[in-house]
Design a protein around this ligand. Sequence first.
Ligand SMILES: [Zn+2]
Length: 271
Amino acid sequence: MSPLATSQLSLWDLEPPPEADSPAPNAAEHTSRAAAPTSDAELAALFLRVFRRLDIARPEPRFDAAYRPFTGLRSTIRLRHGRVEARVSDLLIGAPAAAVEALAEILLAQLYRQRPSAEARQCYRAYVTQPELRGKLEQTRRERGVKRLLPPRGRYFNLQLIFEDLNARFFSGELSPVRIGWSPHRSRTVLGHYDSAHRTITISRAFDSPSVPGYLLEYLVYHEMLHARHPVERNGSRRVIHSPAFVADEKRFPDYERAIRRLRRLSGRVD
Ligand SMILES: [Zn+2]
């Protein structure tokens, strides 16, 4: 048997494409009333059951499945010495059995390079995009996640002072406090990021440089501050990150056009 790579799956892999605008299917339509297994042994039995149902033309492996306290909904599967090791986020304990069976099908399909059924994808997605689960997810990230952030005072710029100045100019000083700091690495792909679970603004340390004009850094911080002001909205199953209200506020920044033009040349991402 050819060695198969470890397969990882997270919620984001299954987010609907941006153009999909239909409301999330009701999870209850796809799920049986039975609850998912709570023990690792029962979870392994569930994977075996799904393996048999899928009719995979490979020798039946032994299954070693376990729940793990991952920070998010990440679940992994790999084949080692004829044994399938599945690790499932413990956030799925208490989920409907059908949602975990759907996840098992998706993971097994990835492992054996097959296409999971549309039903399985839809069922899992319907479960993981529910607002209650999203709330639980944020809470868990807050508790388990460690945010690595350098202090706001850099070599050339002090992000805290920029934040306070922008707060006074554009938010009447009323934006509730967030932690702001430099990224540990000089990332050129993610230039700025707001994390709603930790309420932190991270700016890439690549910008702590004398060649960076002040207005550009101010724009980056302002953009991330707007994320603190305008939470992500939902439109059906779609997450609207830059709402029309966000965009309108963003254009109040005097050097908006100039900053955007300059950022385009850097081709990094501003989350
Ligand atoms: Zn953004």
